[in-house]
Design a protein around this ligand. Structure first.
Ligand SMILES: CC(C)(COP(=O)(O)OP(=O)(O)OC[C@H]1O[C@@H](n2cnc3c(N)ncnc32)[C@H](O)[C@@H]1OP(=O)(O)O)[C@@H](O)C(=O)NCCC(=O)NCCS
Length: 159
């Protein structure tokens, strides 16, 4: 259900139960190929950093930033949530098409909010595809609102 605060921190540490339950947990190196595949299957907007190196960099910087939702050992959803000391940021929210409207994305976001809040974060920015009606409806349902400031982006050369 939208707005449900079901993302308790302890939930992430829970091992995969093997039954039909959806379990949230931090992603590991072993998940990287499945995460990239899920983003394609979910129709997430492609970005310049959709590669194993970039996802591993997220894991190396903050081992809890990339959270996956898993059912019966299969990844069904993802969210990257980061805290830089000023803002919380959410990226790459994606749920497999056949798993949608079961509250998985809401759980991922509420879980991330719980963690960000515990770390001192008070304001969160979510990257939302404005042309994706479902995404807009989702973030609106979770009480995120559009902000008038534009996002300006530049891709840096590899070092
Ligand atoms: C957007 C997305 C992550 C939602 O995942 P989800 O697990 O289906 O979302 P939830 O089940 O947690 O939805 C929670 C609430 O959000 C709203 N919502 C979610 N998807 C919606 C849709 N397609 N249309 C209208 N409202 C929607 C509803 O209020 C829903 O509650 P309800 O099912 O009780 O009515 C998923 O559709 C997705 O992966 N889309 C493709 C990738 C994408 O757009 N990612 C977001 C980038 S910003």
């Amino acid at each position: 259900m939208a707005g449900e605060g079901s993302g308790a921190v302890g939930e992430v540490a829970a091992p995969s139960s093997g039954d039909d339950e959806v379990v949230l947990r931090p992603a590991t190196e072993a998940d990287v190929p499945a995460v990239l595949a899920l983003w394609i299957d979910a129709g997430a907007h492609p970005t310049t950093t959709d590669d194993a190196l970039s996802v591993r960099a997220v894991l190396a910087r903050d081992g809890e930033a990339l959270v996956v939702a898993e059912r019966r050992g299969r990844l069904v959803g993802t969210l990257i949530a980061t805290w830089d000391g000023w803002r919380g940021n959410m990226y790459r929210l994606a749920v497999r098409p056949e798993e949608r409207r079961r509250g998985i994305a809401a759980r991922l976001v509420r879980h991330a909010e719980t963690r960000l809040r515990a770390e001192g974060c008070r304001r969160v920015t979510a990257l939302v595809a404005r042309d994706d009606e479902g995404a807009v409806e989702f973030w609106t349902a979770l009480r995120y609102a559009p902000h008038p400031m534009e996002r300006y982006v530049r891709t840096l050369e590899a070092p």
